[in-house]
Design a protein around this ligand. Sequence first.
Ligand SMILES: [Fe+2]
Ligand SMILES: [Fe+2]
Length: 463
Amino acid sequence: MTIQEQSLPVFASDGEVLRDRVASFAANQLFGGRPDLLHGPNPYRRTLVPEALAEVDFDRPLGAREFASSRALTVHRILGTYYESETVLLPEQGLAGLRPDFEAFYGEELRRIRESSLSDLERFAFGFLDGEVEVSGDCTPEVLDTYLRHLVDEAARGDSPALDAIATAADRPAAADTYLVQLALDGLTEASAMSRNLGGAYGPEQSALFKVFIDEFGYGVHESKHTTIFTKMLGSRGMASHVHAYWNFYLPGPIAINNHYYLLSRDHAKFFRYAGAVAYAEAVFAPAFVKMIKVFRDVFGDDVDLHYCDEHAHIDEHHGRITREEILLALAERHGNHVVPELMRGIAEARMLGGWFEDDTAAQITWSDTIPRHRELAADATLDGPPERAERTRGAAFHTRNHDHAVVLEIEDGEAELVTSATGTPTPLAKGDAVLVPAGRVYGVRALSDASSHLLHPVRTSA
Ligand SMILES: [Fe+2]
Ligand SMILES: [Fe+2]
């Protein structure tokens, strides 16, 4: 068995067509943003940052190494919104006052745009996977099992860069909250992608998946639903728990991993990849949550409700066994060796994207925790070329973004604050103040005076 790289795939439509469709979707008034850092309890509104969208080159699909790029953040936000438009989202407080937003979010205008561009947007965001991993050679259920066990052992024994970053941060509570925020995208809508694999007729493996699914849904008891106990964990930290309060703070790696499960679940030609991915994910969750419990207890003592983590440390032992024995290996036995490469690809993809989650989250935690150091680095940086200029007014819609290369952010006029995490203290910046923003790091700038402007200087180093 070998895993090797292939060439990148070709688009069905040209980049211009895709750009126009996506831009017309993002231009809807639902997606313009609001002044607050957090989104309100309205699941239909989320900021899609038209300014960053205008910079996206749609002629060149995303590559595997640019998971934290500006294009990745912009496109995965939109793709995730497309996918969630195919799930039922209703606000906990009721629809009163939100009926027009509900109508617009699920309405024909946006639906037609989505339907005419979803496949191309998926190709744009994930087409590299076709070329990234090719499995060939002697693919038997035994090889498959060995491969899964090897990778699961590797994950269980390995470090978690994101949890390590929390443990070593100066502001450990804010760092831990950043980690919780990244779990929230999935946690608040848990197992939604999985639900798309429950229909049809595929024998005992279908019933095995249903067993896992119904656990995720608390066996029909809302209080026990994983999403419900996730909201209690957020609540114990004083954090908001509506969909998607922390939209502005989701990082591209974590959004991509969520979108990947929708990708594999929407297109049933990818069903065997889904089965591989879910077997890997369920098997690595249990040890990952054990590590998380340790770090979070160290940070918060008993002041955090970790029932969600305890539940997963327990039940995902069970789910790991079911998805391995009763789904993954059972599918291989029933359908033959020719499906094994797809099952293995799913495992490899889930592992790769899991690495993105870790690396992206760790990098954000570390940067956000060391802003004073990045003010010093800005002073030492070698600037390279003319800056871009951006303006903010007090009370304007807040948004976050990132850049593909390091920039020095310098306040040109007025007073502003730099926001790099959902719950940490923003950094006030006056005229002339500068901060190095490393490539990929997500930030927002909010005016503290009536108006402010800042410059984004390209930096020569790869900081
Ligand atoms: Fe779960
Ligand atoms: Fe599970």
